[in-house]
Design a protein around this ligand. Structure first.
Ligand SMILES: [Cu+2]
Length: 662
């Protein structure tokens, strides 16, 4: 992995793909050729290009095909654990308005027969080219007429129209037979930090992505374009609101160096060891996570994000986004700002993904993503554990808490989503989602604040629309090995005899099959247990999954059918290597019920099997004035905690040093 540790390298914050001409070719010429050291390592630039060329040279894909994705296809778990396995790529491409997939064996130069993805199985996610260039729309008379009705007609004004390609969801509408987006436009003169402050409300352009043309322009009536820009850079705020008094420095640094090592894609810290790679679709993927040599998590990754907005308006009803499957968290990741996004002691790591960018020299572009992951230790300022004993004369024993964080941040349109994989000294893994960025706001007529049941006024003429965020994580826990079971511990009130009338007890039941493996959070302990390994007290070695926030859909099933995973906060499935996404491979415009509801359809046994847990955390976002012009980070999290995996508190062996009582 390419590393950066030079804090002077504050370089660029331009989108990676705008810079690709500078770096992508260099990569294909050999920077990515170092032999992959481990079967879990991401594809190199050469491997990405080779996968496309194998298909093209054999005629399996046609010249000019758009390679939407060339991603690592992992060897089987048995092979990975044995440290071997062929290098393979899972390739998706589009040609003649049809989508195909094939798995290419890079070692052998062979491939599986191209498989057509029928319309009934959805569309591939959007490519960078598809979301970047809408110049053709500005040739369309209906599009120009709708803008002209809103006073945007000169070349200079038209240049300031920002077109955002919104995926259309699935509502059985005629246009959904094609590969489309529904474009929402914003007017952006003078805008740099906030392109979403001036919606051109009431206009929607339905765009055919294959034909690169506007199919239809819907105009539900002119709403005057809001006039204020709502920039939030420091100078703008100093001028508008004023800045608070300066602070003295607060810093996080390690004068004697770091306590973790990175070798290849492996990170070692305290008793943890894991592999981390960056993927086009999921962003950071952690694999082969062990504690003191014992297996905990074979792999953890973001498996889908569903964000349905809650306004039935003609221009808003369809906004039910799948940010992972429709766009890609890796593709939309942004470079991390050392000292602001993460502390200055972080190590920044690069990613490399395939990108369907036009390039006359390459069938698909290996796109370097500089500084998209950060690894750092942080002092939380909290004790891991402590006890003060006033009855023994004030004896005190406590330990300061240090955590290791793997961070990445994706900018998905107006939102910025931070995903942290956090490793603790007490054997737990905590995942935190941070949500910041800009609320999606709807323009309303001036003179009123536009109160509706569907949102909250946040600025003159702007109503931020209610919506939900559902994040699903795929957690292939292998607690002391792949063979695990799932134990549901229900906390139940029991009558008691004597003066006490009742107590609660834990009623444990084994979840026998995928049929019962759809779980709702109902005073329950969720536990992945290895009954073949027991601790000193005879308890099965386990990890519990502790969710800190799951929400119900609050929608009719018809409105979230393709995101069926949100129907239950936790699903347990039998492990299958090709089941990696909660809403399946191609949720974009999917008319059915892909992903988890399909995976569990055959009711496989879950007892003493290799099982996978799929956990959703989320919240219903009721916007408020404080969200504007930029939202302070909202938090969601869950934790994987050892439960009888050890014989005692694993953090009991922490030294007090280098911390002192002052
Ligand atoms: Cu939100």
């Amino acid at each position: 992995m390419q590393r950066h540790s030079n804090p002077e390298e504050t370089a660029m914050y331009a989108p990676h793909w705008l810079m690709h001409g500078l770096v992508a070719v260099a990569c294909s010429l050999g920077l990515g050729t170092a032999a992959a050291a481990h079967p879990m390592d991401p594809l190199s630039g050469d491997e990405i290009v080779a996968a496309a060329n194998i298909l093209l040279n054999a005629g399996a894909a046609q010249r000019g095909a758009i390679f939407q994705a060339v991603d690592l296809s992992e060897p089987s778990k048995q092979e990975v654990l044995a440290g071997r396995g062929a290098r393979q790529a899972l390739v998706y491409w589009r040609q003649n308005k049809q989508s195909f997939r094939s798995t290419v064996n890079l070692s052998a130069g062979t491939y599986t027969p191209p498989q057509l993805i029928p319309r009934s199985e959805g569309q591939l996610g959007l490519t960078i080219s598809e979301v970047l260039d809408f110049s053709f729309a500005f040739q369309d008379p209906a599009f120009l007429a709708a803008l002209a009705r809103r006073g945007i007609s000169t070349a200079e004004q038209l240049q300031k129209v920002f077109v955002t390609p919104l995926t259309p969801g699935s509502f059985g509408l005629p246009e959904e037979g094609r590969r489309i987006v529904k474009a929402q436009m914003y007017y952006t003169p003078g805008a740099l930090t906030n392109l979403f402050a001036r919606p051109i409300e009431g206009v929607q352009a339905i765009i055919d992505l294959d034909e690169r043309r506007v199919l239809r322009v819907l105009d539900s009536g002119v709403v005057p374009i809001p006039t204020a820009t709502h920039e939030f850079d420091e100078a703008s705020i100093a001028a508008s609101v004023g800045l608070r008094p300066p602070m003295k420095p607060v810093r996080m640094f390690q004068p004697e160096g770091r306590n973790f090592q990175i070798q290849g894609n492996f990170v070692d810290w305290q008793k943890w060891r894991f592999h981390v790679r960056f993927e086009r679709r999921a962003g950071a993927v952690v694999s082969l996570v062990t504690y003191n040599g014992r297996s905990v998590l074979y792999q953890g990754s973001l498996a889908e994000v569903f964000v349905p907005y809650q306004d039935p308006d003609a221009n808003w009803f369809y906004r039910t986004f799948m940010d992972v499957g429709e766009f890609g968290f890796g593709t939309l990741s942004s470079p991390l700002a050392l000292g602001l996004d993460l502390p200055e002691n972080a190590v920044l790591l690069d990613g490399l993904i395939s990108a369907a960018l036009p390039d006359p020299t390459l069938p698909v572009v290996p796109l370097p993503l500089p500084k998209v992951m950060g690894v750092f230790e942080r002092l939380t300022g909290n004790p891991v554990w402590r006890h003060f004993e006033q009855f023994s004369g004030g004896n005190y024993e406590g330990r300061a808490e240090v955590e290791l964080v793997v961070r990445s941040i994706a900018q998905v349109g107006n939102y910025d989503y931070m995903i942290d994989w956090i490793f603790t000294q007490n054997g737990a893994i905590r995942v935190e989602v941070g949500l910041t960025g800009i609320d999606a706001a709807k323009a309303v007529a001036p003179g009123s604040f536009g109160r509706t049941p569907f949102g909250t006024p946040v600025a003159p003429q702007l109503v931020a629309v209610n919506h939900s965020h559902h994040f699903n994580f795929r957690l292939d826990l292998d607690v002391d090995g792949p063979l695990n079971s799932f134990v549901l511990g229900k906390l139940e009130k029991r009558p008691a005899s004597g003066p006490r009338k009742s107590v609660w007890v834990v009623d444990e039941q084994l979840i026998a099959s995928e049929r019962e493996g759809r779980l709702d959070h109902d005073h329950a302990v969720w536990k992945v247990a290895n009954s073949n390994r027991r601790n000193a007290f005879g308890e099965a070695s386990s990890y519990v999954i502790e969710s800190h926030g799951s929400v119900e859909p609050l929608l009719d099933k018809a409105d979230y059918q393709r995101a069926g995973f949100i129907g239950h906060p936790l699903w347990i499935t039998a492990h299958h290597a090709d089941e990696r996404y909660a809403a399946g491979e191609t949720p974009n415009q999917h008319p059915g019920e892909p992903g988890l509801p399909q995976y569990v359809r055959n009711h496989e046994s879950l007892v003493n099997r290799d099982i996978v847990a799929w956990l959703s955390v989320g919240f219903h976002h009721v916007p408020q004035a404080e969200d504007w012009p930029v939202l302070s980070r909202e938090r969601l999290s869950f934790e994987l905690k050892p439960s009888n995996f050890f014989d005692r508190n694993p953090a009991i062996d922490l030294r007090r040093a280098p911390f002192e009582v002052r």
